[in-house]
Design a protein around this ligand. Structure first.
Ligand code: NJP
Length: 237
């Protein structure tokens, strides 16, 4: 039996393409999204001929829902070898306009979600002494931008969290890697994938190919960080 991956936020955008490309590598796929769009992703993968696909409508910020997904995936496929922490939300505005509700919600999805999914897969990865955890963070988890106080701070938190976890689990042969993209053409922050104005942005395929590369690296090798930028995007070095 092949490897098994859980991909969060796979209803659309980057997560959906990661699922497609991992399925193409004969990886068993467990899809997770908070809306019922997740079942459409399962359907479209099955139409492409990929049969080992499960889908769960679950919220990454809810511990019992995540525990259920991990348990049901393990029951179906035997193991969880790869976790892709991809689910995330974005919103950009001046700090004085950010409400406590918006602040709390984004931390629940972007930070607590990464914590809960990571925590849920580690025990079985430790037992099998193998696993790969890949988190889609952001270039703005490394530097701040105006109107990004909320989003940027969640991604800084993710970087700090994953850095600590990476050191905790390395001796159990669990590899922890982060992908930090710049602007990607998706539905992110209420935008629309395929908008001609985003022609020169990164494509979902660019990020998915990087995930496949990280996950397929030889077991003795760790790729801990990848930074991907559209050539047109300025970024501090
Ligand atoms: O965004 P989008 P991306 N529980 O909106 C799901 C990072 N990133 O693909 O819940 C579970 O097209 C949602 O599904 P649903 C970004 O921070 C992006 O661009 O069913 N799932 C959908 O599948 C994020 O971490 C850019 O509505 C939840 C998915 O998340 C990752 O890339 C730049 C959920 C979002 O798809 C993927 O975002 C960058 C929940 N509570 C980093 N809430 C960029 N696009 O420019 C949402 O640096 N989802």
């Amino acid at each position: 039996q092949g490897q098994t991956a859980i991909i969060t936020g796979a209803s659309r955008g980057i997560g959906k393409e990661i699922a497609r490309q991992l399925a193409a590598q004969s990886v068993n796929i467990s899809l997770l999204g908070s809306s019922d769009e997740i079942f459409k992703t399962k359907h479209s993968l099955e139409e492409e001929g990929y049969q080992n696909v499960l889908a769960f409508q679950a919220d990454v910020s809810k511990e019992h829902e995540i525990d259920h997904v991990v348990q049901a995936t393990t029951n179906a496929f035997g193991t969880v070898d790869i976790l892709v922490n991809n689910a995330g939300i974005g919103m950009f505005k001046p700090v004085e306009e950010v409400t406590v509700e918006e602040w709390t919600k984004m931390y629940e999805v972007n930070v607590q979600g990464v914590f809960l999914c990571t925590k849920a897969v580690i025990p079985s990865m430790k037992k099998q002494q193998f696993g790969t955890i890949i988190t889609i963070s952001s270039d703005v988890g490394r530097y701040s931008i105006p109107n990004g106080s909320l989003y940027t701070s969640t991604k800084y938190a993710v970087q700090g969290f994953m850095g600590a976890v990476a050191q905790e689990v390395r001796e159990h042969k669990i590899r922890v890697g982060t992908i930090n993209p710049g602007m990607v053409d998706t539905y992110f922050a209420e935008s629309k994938q395929g908008d001609p104005e985003k022609n020169e942005w990164l494509k979902v395929e660019d990020i998915a190919e990087s995930v496949v590369y990280m996950a397929a690296a030889p077991k003795h090798m760790l790729i801990d960080e990848m930074h991907l930028h559209p050539l047109i995007q300025e970024y501090p070095r």
